[in-house]
Design a binder for this molecule. Structure first.
Ligand SMILES: Cc1cc2nc3c(=O)[nH]c(=O)nc-3n(C[C@H](O)[C@H](O)[C@H](O)COP(=O)(O)OP(=O)(O)OC[C@H]3O[C@@H](n4cnc5c(N)ncnc54)[C@H](O)[C@@H]3O)c2cc1C
Length: 549
C-alpha cells in the first residue's frame, strides 16, 4: 500500500508560479517609463505574464536538468560535430527569437533601431533572466555580433535578412538555406582569454577568403550558424566570420572536442573546438581584430548587467513571496523586524540595479545622436557590468537563506539561480578587466568622462554622499594608485549612477535611501540587513517588491 501524502501542507508558501513578471514589478515599470519605453507597457505586460507562467518555469527546469550533449561522430564513424538539446531548450530559443531579443535593436541595414528599442528589449531580457538563463547566451551573441560586422557591407547584405527573422530555425544546415540564423563568438584560447593578443590561431589568405587553423578553449553555443573569431593574420590579430558550412555546402572544418562541464549555465553548450584549415571571411582590416570585435563585446557586457539584475529580481521576489506566507514564532517572517531588514536591504540593491541598468540602456538608445550619451554608455558599461554582476551571487545566496532549507533544495529554482549567478562576472570581461576598462575609458576621453560624472552628481541632486562620490571617482581614476584602486572607482561609479537614475525617476525617495546607505554612512556591515533603515523606509521598500498577496 502506498502512503498518500497530505494534500494540504500547513505553513508552506504556495508555489511561486503564474507570476506577472511585469505587472508585479514596480521598479521595472518605473524604469521603463523613465527611460522612454512607457508606450510598450501593454506588450511588456503580456510578455511578463507569458514568461512568468508555471509552464515556462517547468520548461526552464527541464532545459537545465537535461543538458546538451555533443555528438562528435555519427553511427558510422563520420564526423557530425552536432549538439543535441532537450526540446525545452529549443522552446526557449523559439520564444526569445519570436520576441526579437536577438535582433530588435537593429534595422535591416545593421544601423541601430530608434529609441526606445534598447530599453524595450532590455525590459524583456530582464524578465527572461528570471526564468531561463542558458539560452540567453546565443541570443545575446547573435544580437551583439551585428555590431562586429556592421562595417562590412557584403556581410550586412547577406546576413541581416536571416538574422532579423523571428522564426527560430534549429536545423544544422548551410546558413544560406535557413530561415533564420544565430551567431557565436570565439576569442578565448587555452593560453589566454583576457589577453587575446596572445591568440595563436592562424589565418592564411585563400583567394577571397582565409583558412583558419588553431583552437578556441571556450566557444559557447557551438550549434550557431557562424562565429566571429579572432585569429593571427600576416598583419596581426584579425576578426573573421567563420560559418559552420563552406560555400559548396560541405561542413566547415570545426572539430568540437568536448563540452565544458559547468557550475551553472547548464542548458547552454560551451565547447572546446579545433579549426583545421576552416574557411572564413575577414571582417575589418588585418590587424584590427580587437577594434572590430569590441563593439560586439560592449553589447554582451550590457546584456550581462541586464541579466544579473533580472536574476537578483527573481531571487528577491521568491524570498519575499515565501516570507509573506511562512510563520515562525507565530508571525509571518515578512513581519519580523530582522527579516524585514534583510528583505528591504536586498530590495534597495535591486532597485539600484534595475534603475541604473535601464538608464544605461537609454544611453545606448540615444548614443547615435547624442555624444554625451555615447560617452555615458562608454564610461558606465564597465562600471555597471562590474557592480551588478558582482552583486548578484551574494544577493541570490541571501534570498536562498530567506527560504531556509527549501531554498537549498534543487526542486525550487533558487539553487539553479545561485549556480548561474557568478558567470556574468567571469565572462565578457571579468571583474579586474572591467576596472581596467573603466580606467581606459576615462583616460581616452577625460573631459567627456568628467562631464558624465558631473552630470550624474547633478542628477543625484542633493542625495547624501553624491558630491563626495563624484570627487572620489575622478580622484581615483586620475590618482597615483591607478589600476590598484580601479575596483573602488567602478563600484562607486555604479552606485552614483544608481542614485542618479533613481533620483530622476519617480522613485526619488528610494534614491535618498540608496544614497544614504550606499554612498554615505548608513551601513553597519557587509551583509544584507545591516543598512540602518528607518521603519518607514523599510515599509516603503517592502511594499514596492510585490503587490499585496
Ligand atoms: C561558461 C563560459 C562560457 C564562455 N563562452 C565563451 C565564448 O563563447 N567565447 C569566448 O571567446 N570566450 C568564452 N568564455 C571565456 C571567458 O570569456 C574567459 O574565461 C574570460 O574572458 C577570462 O579569460 P581567461 O579564462 O583566459 O582568464 P584570464 O584571462 O587568465 O584571467 C584570470 C583572472 O585574471 C584577471 N586579470 C586579467 N588581466 C588582469 C590584469 N591585467 N590585472 C589584474 N587582473 C587581471 C581576470 O579578471 C580574471 O579574474 C566563456 C567562459 C565561461 C566560463
Amino acid at each position: 500500500m502506498t502512503h498518500a501524502g497530505p494534500s494540504e501542507v500547513p505553513n508552506q508558501s504556495p508555489p511561486y508560479a503564474d507570476i506577472d513578471l511585469y505587472g508585479h514589478d514596480r521598479a521595472l515599470q518605473e524604469a521603463v517609463a523613465a527611460n522612454g519605453a512607457g508606450g510598450e507597457a501593454p506588450a511588456l505586460g503580456a510578455f511578463g505574464r507569458r514568461w512568468g507562467s508555471a509552464a515556462m518555469l517547468e520548461m526552464a527546469r527541464l532545459a537545465n536538468e537535461f543538458p546538451p550533449r555533443l555528438k562528435i561522430f555519427d553511427a558510422k564513424g563520420r564526423r557530425s560535430d552536432s549538439v543535441e538539446f532537450h526540446p525545452a531548450y529549443h522552446h526557449f530559443m523559439a520564444e526569445s527569437m519570436s520576441a526579437g531579443l536577438h535582433a530588435s535593436t537593429w534595422q535591416a541595414d545593421a544601423t541601430r533601431a530608434p529609441a526606445p528599442a534598447e530599453v524595450a528589449r532590455a525590459a524583456r531580457f530582464y524578465m527572461v533572466a528570471q526564468v531561463e538563463n542558458g539560452h540567453m547566451c546565443p541570443v545575446t551573441m547573435t544580437r551583439a555580433a551585428v555590431a562586429g560586422f556592421s562595417g562590412e557591407a557584403s556581410l550586412v547584405k547577406m546576413l541581416m535578412p536571416k538574422l532579423t527573422s523571428r522564426h527560430y530555425d534549429p536545423m544544422l544546415r548551410p546558413w544560406r538555406e535557413k530561415i533564420s540564423i544565430t551567431l557565436g563568438m570565439g576569442m578565448t584560447e587555452k593560453q589566454g582569454g583576457t589577453d587575446v593578443r596572445a591568440n595563436t590561431t592562424r589565418a592564411e589568405p585563400d583567394g577571397d577568403a582565409y583558412r583558419i587553423t588553431g583552437h578556441k578553449w571556450f566557444m559557447s553555443a557551438p550549434m550557431s550558424d557562424a562565429f566571429l573569431v579572432l585569429a593571427q593574420a600576416k598583419d596581426g590579430l584579425t576578426c573573421f566570420f567563420l560559418p559552420r558550412f563552406v560555400p559548396d555546402g560541405r561542413m566547415n572544418a570545426l572539430h568540437f572536442q568536448r563540452l565544458k562541464d559547468k557550475l551553472g549555465n547548464r542548458s547552454n553548450a560551451s565547447s572546446e573546438v579545433e579549426f583545421d584549415n576552416a574557411h572564413a571571411l575577414r571582417i575589418g582590416d588585418e590587424g584590427a581584430g580587437i577594434r572590430t570585435i569590441l563593439p560586439m563585446v560592449q553589447l554582451t557586457r550590457l546584456d550581462c548587467a541586464i541579466s544579473s539584475a533580472g536574476m537578483m529580481r527573481a531571487a528577491l521576489a521568491q524570498a519575499t513571496h515565501h516570507c509573506r506566507y511562512r510563520n515562525v514564532f507565530g508571525k509571518p517572517l515578512a513581519e519580523q523586524p530582522l527579516m524585514r531588514a534583510v528583505l528591504a536591504d536586498m530590495a534597495l540593491e535591486v532597485e539600484g540595479a534595475v534603475a541604473s541598468v535601464m538608464r544605461l540602456c537609454r544611453a545606448f538608445d540615444l548614443a547615435p545622436s547624442q555624444p554625451a550619451e555615447a560617452a555615458r554608455a562608454r564610461l558606465l558599461t564597465p562600471a555597471i557590468k562590474y557592480a551588478v554582476c558582482k552583486t548578484a551571487p551574494a544577493l541570490v545566496y541571501e534570498a536562498m537563506e530567506c527560504l531556509g532549507g527549501n531554498g537549498y533544495v534543487e526542486e525550487l529554482s533558487l539553487a539553479r539561480l545561485y549556480r548561474e549567478a557568478p558567470v556574468n562576472a567571469i565572462w565578457e570581461g571579468s571583474g579586474n578587466v572591467m576596472g581596467l576598462d573603466l580606467l581606459r575609458a576615462f583616460a581616452r576621453e577625460p573631459e567627456a568622462a568628467t562631464a558624465v560624472i558631473a552630470e550624474l552628481a547633478r542628477d543625484a541632486q542633493d542625495s547624501p554622499g553624491a558630491a563626495e562620490a563624484a570627487s572620489f571617482i575622478v580622484e581615483t581614476l586620475t590618482g597615483e594608485a591607478g589600476e590598484a584602486h580601479a575596483r573602488a572607482a567602478a563600484e562607486r561609479l555604479a552606485q552614483l549612477a544608481a542614485v542618479a537614475a533613481l533620483a530622476t525617476g519617480p522613485a526619488g525617495n528610494v534614491a535618498a535611501i540608496f544614497a544614504r546607505t550606499r554612498l554615505s554612512d548608513g551601513r553597519l556591515g557587509a551583509t544584507y540587513g545591516t543598512a540602518r533603515l528607518q521603519p518607514a523606509e523599510t515599509g516603503l521598500l517592502l511594499k514596492r517588491i510585490l503587490p499585496a498577496s
